[in-house]
Design a protein around this ligand. Structure first.
Ligand code: ZN
Ligand code: ZN
Ligand code: ZN
Length: 163
């Protein structure tokens, strides 16, 4: 193995760095191997790996959403900047509390504000450090894809309510 191959491995789909041992890209769900098959259709080659549940799916069972592969169960999730929304509220205190709670449980949450921009008629995303300059519609707590399923369970334990 040449040194350069070990150091600069990137995914052909999203161009983010990948680990040598990975069979798929954890950032976009792209597969690096042809002999991985759909978990629902064992004879059909997988198209990608869902970044949320880490299972391979064929074209029928999963889709690319903004170049990120998601299975049908997870294709409705809100993906932002390579992370996924686990909680959202207009209540700043609540959002901070959720973030702290997840941090204490060993997760890597990140706060985002979703700003409504009527001129462009689309949702603009700005980091929460700009809070105060803009009207806030919703603040959301994002986590890395691989943390979503367990982080959701963690929040259920605390019975947080989205407002
Ligand atoms: Zn990728
Ligand atoms: Zn999934
Ligand atoms: Zn399938």
């Amino acid at each position: 193995m040449k040194k350069s191959q070990q150091l600069n491995l990137t995914c052909g789909r999203c161009e983010k760095p990948v680990k040598q041992k990975d069979a798929f890209c954890r950032n976009c769900g792209g597969l690096f191997s042809n002999d991985i098959f759909c978990v629902n259709h064992k004879s059909i080659q997988a198209e990608g790996v869902c970044v949320i549940c880490s299972k391979p799916f064929c074209k029928k069972c999963g889709t690319d959403v903004n170049k990120i592969f998601l299975c049908d169960n997870h294709s409705d999730l809100e993906i932002t900047e390579g992370m996924v929304r686990v909680f959202g509220s207009t209540d700043n205190v609540q959002v901070q509390f959720v973030k702290t709670c997840l941090e204490q449980a060993g997760y890597h949450p990140f706060l985002y504000s979703r700003l409504f921009n009527p001129a462009a008629d689309k949702i603009a995303i700005t980091a929460v450090r700009n809070y105060g300059k803009h009207p806030i519609e919703e603040q959301k707590v994002l986590v890395p894809f691989s943390e979503l399923l367990t982080a959701t369970k963690e929040l259920k334990k605390h019975k947080f309510k989205e407002v």
